[in-house]
Design a protein around this ligand. Structure first.
Ligand code: DX5
Ligand code: ZN
Length: 224
């Protein structure tokens, strides 16, 4: 029996951010397994969102949920302690702009968080593979990071397949353009942690959409 679990983490990027708490609560009560919080600094990506002050406020109202921060930032080391102080559970950062990946992984763990390593579509999977043992999860981006609502890049599935073949129990996350029309592709390739933004936020039945995403992924896991 595999210990892998299908987990759905909606991205709140395209939610009504003036009502972030209500939107987050709604996602959780509709069955979200975790919240994927997109932090952008305007340097690593051409967009700006929010940082640790907002995450800390959200945490003060939502005590139990698993928070993953997706750090699309130039200097991920800088925000480890502030995000740990905001009681973030998993700190996922891009390896492209940093030279000391191992040090950053260590520091994240020392601060009590899980480590996620993310790569952009143009980054070869081997670049992140050498750090697999230092991480809890690998995120294969399926759009160029920066904006919600972009088209899913199916060619990224070769990276997911490669990782799944070599690491049967690794948590592998996909993010970008994932929804009911692309989930089969992600599930078959071997992703088990699914970020979905606009497809879940904009769904007429959020609970049914989250359930469909999870059951599609879990079915593939159970069949193996
Ligand atoms: C993109 C973000 C994603 C995005 C997902 O840079 O990292 O998390 O918000 O949104 P959708 O599912 O709409 O692509
Ligand atoms: Zn993201």
């Amino acid at each position: 029996m595999s210990r892998l679990r299908a987990l759905i983490g909606p991205s709140i990027l395209n939610a009504d951010l003036s009502q972030l708490y209500e939107e987050s609560q709604k996602l959780l009560s509709n069955g979200a397994d975790y919240l994927h919080l997109d932090v952008m600094d305007g340097h690593f990506v051409p967009n700006l969102t929010f940082g640790h002050p907002l995450v800390k406020c959200l945490r003060s109202k939502i005590k139990e949920a698993f928070f993953e921060t997706h750090m699309m930032v130039q200097n991920p080391e800088q925000w480890i302690v502030p995000m740990a102080n905001a009681s973030v559970n998993q700190y996922t950062f891009h390896i492209e702009p940093v030279s000391n990946v191992a040090d950053i992984c260590r520091k994240i763990k020392e601060n009590g968080m899980k480590v996620g390593l993310a790569i952009k579509p143009g980054t070869p999977v081997e670049t992140v593979e050498r750090y697999v043992d230092l991480s809890d999860m690998i995120l294969i981006m399926t759009v160029e990071p920066g904006f919600g609502g972009q088209k899913f890049m199916e060619d990224q599935m070769t990276k997911v397949k490669y990782l799944r073949e070599h690491y049967p129990l690794l948590d592998i996350e996909v993010d970008g353009g994932v929804g009911p029309s692309t989930i089969n592709c992600c599930a078959r390739a071997g992703a088990n942690m699914i970020v979905s933004g606009t497809a879940v936020i904009g769904a007429s039945d959020q609970a049914a959409t989250i359930k469909l995403l999870r059951s599609t992924v879990q079915q593939v896991i159970d069949d193996h």
